[in-house]
Write a protein that binds this ligand. Structure first.
Ligand SMILES: [Zn+2]
Length: 696
């Protein structure tokens, strides 16, 4: 399994501090221009649940208007007389105002990451920056804090909202003196600016590498034609995911892979390294002002892990247990490498994916290119909709003539099978574009919540970077890509099936180290033989994948697990080392050291991976460990399904009711125990990895 993109499957924009985290981008396609002209004010409807076309200046105007409205409404809370202050006019009003604001700006922020016209996308990026500044300003307002804190909740639901809202104010420094609070506010504003700039730099990276046909030997002809050919007969290869993955999997020449690996791990080195290092120093100062020793202590407070020590203990235990597994895998890969080059003594980082692919061919007798032919994107989507549809009793209906920001974006309505009512909308933006966010993520636009007595219709987008369809071939997905799609759609289910009453607690606005639980649970369905078969249909013949090939694919899964999990562990440790430091950090050096500690090898000289580790500037700072942490819970949930069948409808509905629908209305651990009927344990992960971590 390929690892480098695992870490960016969900990219959350961290601009609203408690609140919504993931934002959608929208952009205008030509075909909705006419509709746009007919009315100046956008009115959502089934063909366009969010605005998807913008004229120059419009995003900026809408963003400013949203902020003005929110500030006026928040000022009104602060100005209430003592008699006028009730739970409704303060805490509930605050949730409503912040959710209204999020619903207004999330689609605009999304534009910054997907809009096809650069000028308008740039407005979206600025909007993200203002949203981050706005959130900091709000959560450091003492007048609001005082008005809210005085209130008494009347129900358990209100208590939950009250506790989390007040905690967020306090985590932003409301217990400090006015002077120190002002310092925190200023530093957080600056931090938001650094984070936005860092992501914008990554999205706008246009690095290409030039290779001769010889240097690209081994790459399938069907992929080669997607590279831009120059007049000299060489090929321009971008660092977008499909190009990168193809080279790392198939290029026979190690030097080609080394160059690609080095360039990929050197994206925005000149700009983003400094931005990250500055952010880390600012975070240290903020943490100290707020009374925490380190940024990691600050960030883990209020999460499932609760503190840095628990996280580090968990990671250290994993590290010890994975070492042997990883060493065995590397030894197997070295044997393969020696067949190719008898003088080889080590496996380099740019060899791993390539050698794993050979291993698949040799040991499991399949070739990823051959496998992809069974998985055209539409067939996979149909299978995914059926799988999730059966489990959660929902249907997905594509909306024809939907208004979208780019012609290749599709819109689906999510319907409840119980009464055929629409319960939400899902956009799919699956192919690379210049200036677009470069990985895979689930991104919110409109929150679920109770409004005027009825439940709102949440809207979200899955952003992907699959191979584009070609003239004679649809987009064909690898197994890893299918797993990623199930993962992001898992976030989608968490977001769209929410029934939490409050916008700030709905969808995936949960504890940061719980957020990857539903997505990592649902990605496991891909590995069920029946489900995998249901996703297949050869693009030429529509034939299902042969049983023996299917079983070999499933059997090969564990072959690279040690490497995959070591990569997750490496990135988690790297993140924690950055954020437990108390002095300025040389991020490149720490990355080198951590790489060596975890894998036993040093990355190539001159590379700067921290400059493109988007999670650390996108809300996962001191939070990347959440992937591993959540996987423990995800596998506990999957075990329950395995006992009764992965397509068990009753259990699917229990998962929907006990976990997906709840949002942040209870702690993750409570939700888990309600579903499992017991405490979660690490056995499932151990079995999965074939390791022993029982000493914990
Ligand atoms: Zn995710």
């Amino acid at each position: 399994m390929h690892t480098s993109d695992y870490r960016t499957r969900l990219y959350r924009f961290s601009w609203l501090i408690v609140l919504t985290a993931i934002c959608l981008l929208t952009a205008g396609s030509l075909r909705n221009t006419r509709e746009k002209e007919s009315s100046d004010v956008f009115v959502p409807g089934p063909k366009s649940p969010i605005q998807t076309h913008y004229s120059p200046g419009e995003i900026t105007e809408l963003s400013e208007a949203a902020e003005r409205t929110a500030v006026a409404s928040l000022d009104a809370i602060a100005a209430l007389s003592e008699d006028g202050c009730t739970f409704d006019t303060t805490v509930l009003a605050f949730d409503r105002i912040m959710t209204d604001y999020a619903d207004a700006v999330c689609p605009l922020v999304l534009m910054g990451h997907v809009y096809p016209e650069a000028g308008i996308a740039a407005e979206g990026v600025s909007c993200e920056e203002s949203a981050s500044v706005f959130a900091t300003r709000v959560y450091t307002r003492r007048d609001l804090y005082d008005a809210l804190r005085e209130q008494t909740p009347r129900t358990p639901e209100e208590s939950r909202l009250y506790d989390i809202t007040i905690r967020e104010f306090e985590k932003n420094g409301l217990k400090l003196s006015e002077e120190r609070l002002a310092t925190v506010r200023e530093m957080k504003t600056e931090l938001g600016r650094l984070e936005t700039q860092y992501s914008a730099n990554l999205n706008n990276d246009t690095t290409t590498l030039e290779f001769s046909a010889d240097e690209l030997a081994g790459i399938p002809a069907t992929t080669l034609v997607t590279f831009q050919e120059t007049q000299q007969g060489t090929f321009q290869v971008t660092l977008k995911y499909p190009d990168y993955r193809a080279v790392m999997t198939y290029a026979e020449d190690p030097e080609t892979r080394r160059r690609m690996y080095a360039a990929y791990n050197n994206r925005q080195a000149d700009t983003n390294t400094a931005l990250l290092e500055d952010a880390i120093v600012l975070r240290q100062k903020i943490a100290r002002e707020l009374g925490y020793s380190t940024w990691a202590d600050y960030r883990t407070h209020g999460r499932m892990a609760g503190n840095t020590t628990t996280v580090m203990d968990f990671l250290t235990t994993m590290q010890e247990s994975l070492k042997e597994k990883c060493r065995d895998e590397m030894a197997e890969l070295l044997v393969i490498k020696k067949d190719l080059n008898p003088e080889a003594t080590t496996v380099d980082p740019w060899d791993v994916t390539y050698l794993q692919e050979i291993q698949k061919k040799e040991e499991y007798a399949y070739d990823e290119e051959e496998v992809r032919e069974y998985f055209p994107v539409d067939t996979v989507l149909q299978g995914l909709f059926e799988t999730y549809g059966t489990l959660f009793q929902i249907g997905f209906a594509e909306i024809s003539d939907a208004l979208v920001w780019s012609p290749d974006v599709r819109l689906f309505a999510l319907n409840s099978l119980a009464d055929n009512s629409t319960i939400g909308y899902l956009y799919l933006d699956l192919y690379p574009r210049e200036g677009k966010y470069g990985h895979f993520c689930a991104s919110e636009a409109i929150s679920g919540r109770i409004m005027d007595g009825t439940y709102s219709l949440p809207v979200m987008t899955i952003i992907g970077n699959f191979h584009k369809p070609e003239e004679n071939r649809p987009s064909l997905l690898t197994i890893t890509e299918i797993e990623t799609l199930f993962h992001e759609a898992g976030h989608g289910m968490h977001y769209l099936l929410t029934q939490a009453p409050y916008g700030t607690l709905s969808g995936f606005n949960v504890e940061w180290d719980f957020v990857e639980t539903p997505s990592q649970t649902l990605e496991e369905w891909v590995w069920d033989p029946e489900v995998l078969e249901s996703l297949s249909g050869h693009y030429k013949t529509s034939g299902k994948i042969p049983e023996s090939l299917r079983d070999r694919i499933i059997a090969s899964r564990c072959a690279g697990a040690g490497n995959l999990y070591s990569r997750l562990l490496l990135n988690s440790l790297e993140d924690m080392r950055f954020h437990t430091a108390t002095e300025p950090v040389d991020v490149t050096e720490v990355w080198y050291q951590t790489h060596e500690d975890v894998t036993g090898t040093r990355p190539p000289a001159g590379t700067h991976q921290p400059a493109s580790f988007g999670h650390l500037m996108g809300g996962y700072d001191a939070g990347y460990y959440g992937y591993l942490w959540s996987k423990v819970y995800a596998l506990n949930i999957v075990d329950v399904f395995r006992e009764t069948g992965m397509t068990n409808r009753a259990l699917g509905m229990k998962f929907r009711d006990e976990i997906l629908s709840k949002g942040n209305m209870d702690d993750g651990m409570v939700l888990l125990e309600n579903f499992l009927g017991r405490e979660p344990g690490t056995d499932a992960l151990c079995r999965y990895l074939g390791i022993d971590i029982s000493q914990e």
